[in-house]
Ligand binder design. Structure first.
Ligand code: FUL
Length: 512
């Protein structure tokens, strides 16, 4: 190998004047081809960063909308509420919030610690509009602290929603005498608030910045008049996002700056579904296979009627069955699922929601809890040659290790993976996971089952089987409305990747 390397370098250097770009490029190419002893597949760009990968693994996590609006029964406040209006009827208990989320098998949570009204759920140094000036059980409440402590206790991931829009701040949207926006809000309020939150733990996984840019709700120090309506024109520049991103990443290496932060995208609806075709780059429900920036989708959705608990109304919690459908249409379609559980005026998740979360946890156990692939014989019609220490064998698909994967040889954009059992199993769902560290590749696939190992029938008809990405779960009955399917008897499940951007790589196949 060393010889070839030297020979090629000599040839390259001879072919181009030393020091020129082409000499350097040739040198690099040869160096790369001989320094790939494991025959690792070339990446298909864009690829996720380490922190984006870790974030994706959170899959299903809770949103907790709690704050001033919980005590005014509003969805958006005005910024003019007195601090004493925040009046919990007992000590708020973020530990209970996460305990409930865990029952539904969520892996983490994001607490809203400042909504658009600007009231901060911690005694911040940046404004008086915070719990320091509340009374009773509200006085000096420190939600980020208790939330972070509880998450660590439960070994769950955690992060915070901090609204960039701040109706209570006199600086928000302020212009100077030349009509130019001042940077006072970013410098005196928003950036310092993010830094304060960072101090609650460097293990945070996501900071959530919603995209609201002002408007009808003028808010702050006065009454609603049209002259008080404030807006901003460009969130990126107004909040100094590039600087904020760098500063926060220095403090929180694993945090994803969501939304306006640019590291994960809004799926484009708040209904709990993503596109059946869903690329981890581009925009909205389906993404764009040709976009250059990795931005996987996150689907934020409500479990009740509003984002905040409304003590004056029936909050209409969704059933566990509906939430299971939302799970399959988000996590099962290459998006993460951020499900809102709004604490009530006692600062607790209401009993009605607790029961639903327990039921959802049970449904997930029953339907996606026993992986039949673990007992299957797995074969593929092609396997990449390894050359080095590792391997790309079919057995990697069921070894429970996300770092080992099956790979097809270069030049292949289709492949067949087959799982079989000696006795027929009842199969309902198939879950696939690409090795996205090297890019999202699969463009089309199909699934068949066979009861006798001879005759195969295509399943999942009705589902669009295009992309896979981080995870894709196909209900084999093919329905897009009824996911409590009874299933099919199968001695064999055959997955055919029909098209891919480059040689396909999967790290996990599961069958339920
Ligand atoms: C939106 C907000 O305006 C809603 O109140 C809610 O917080 C939702 C999650 O994000 O942008």
């Amino acid at each position: 190998m060393k010889k070839i390397y030297t020979l090629f370098s000599a040839l390259c250097l001879a072919a181009a004047a030393p020091g020129t770009l082409s000499a350097q490029n040739n040198f690099k190419l040869v160096e790369e081809s001989v320094s790939n002893p494991d025959n690792t597949p070339a990446p298909v760009y864009p690829v996720p960063s380490e922190r984006q990968l870790k974030w994706n693994e959170t899959e299903f996590y809770a949103f907790f909308h709690y704050g001033m609006n919980t005590y005014t029964n509003e969805e958006w406040g005005s910024g003019m509420e007195r601090e004493t209006v925040f009046a919990p009827t007992q000590k708020p208990d973020p530990r209970q919030w996460l305990e409930v989320a865990k029952k539904a098998h969520m892996k983490g949570g994001i607490a809203v610690v400042k909504h658009h009204d600007g009231f901060c759920l911690w005694p911040t140094a940046t404004t008086e509009h915070c719990t320091r000036n509340s009374s009773g059980y509200g006085k000096n409440v420190d939600i980020p602290k208790e939330f972070a402590d509880a998450a660590r206790e439960f070994k769950m991931k955690y992060g915070f929603y901090i609204s960039p829009w701040d109706m209570s701040s006199p600086y928000w949207g302020k212009k100077d005498s030349n009509g130019k926006y001042t940077d006072e809000y970013a410098k005196k309020v928003f950036l310092p608030q993010c830094v304060e939150l960072a101090k609650y733990g460097n293990d945070q996984f996501e900071m959530w910045f919603d995209g609201a840019t002002g408007g009808d709700h003028a808010g702050g120090y006065g009454s609603y008049t049209s002259s008080q309506k404030r807006t901003i024109d460009n969130a990126q520049t107004y909040y100094d996002i590039p600087n904020l991103r760098d500063s926060i990443h220095n403090l929180l290496p694993n945090v994803i700056m969501w939304g306006v932060g640019g590291e994960a995208r809004w799926i484009g609806n708040e209904e709990g579904y993503s596109g059946q075709t869903c690329w981890s780059m581009g925009d909205a429900e389906s993404g764009d296979e040709n976009a250059w920036q990795w931005a996987a989708g996150e689907s934020d959705a409500k479990s009740t009627k509003g984002w905040f608990w409304d003590s004056s109304k029936y909050n209409q919690p969704k059933s566990a069955e509906t939430l299971f459908k939302m799970y399959l249409e988000t996590v099962g379609r290459n998006a993460t699922f951020l499900l809102n559980l709004p604490p009530n005026r006692a600062g607790l998740i209401d009993e009605s929601l607790v029961t639903i979360m327990e039921d959802l946890g049970k449904l997930l156990d029953q339907r996606l809890g026993t992986d039949l692939a673990k007992t299957a014989k797995v074969t593929t019609d092609c396997t990449r040659e390894a050359m080095g220490k590792g391997n790309y064998d079919a057995k990697n698909l069921t070894d429970g290790n996300k770092d080992t994967y099956w790979a097809a040889p270069d030049g292949r954009t289709s492949a067949v993976i087959e799982l079989s059992w000696d006795t027929p199993q009842t199969v309902r769902y198939v879950s696939l996971m690409e090795y996205i560290k090297l890019g999202q590749r699969v463009k089309k696939f199909k699934i068949e089952t066979s009861e006798d190992g001879v005759t195969y029938t295509e399943r999942g008809n009705g589902q669009t089987m295009t992309t896979v990405g981080y995870k894709r779960i196909i209900p084999l009955n093919g329905s897009t409305t009824n996911y409590s399917a009874s299933g099919f008897k199968a001695k064999s499940v055959r997955i055919t990747i029909e098209n891919a951007k480059a040689c396909p790589l999967l790290h996990t196949v599961e069958v339920f």
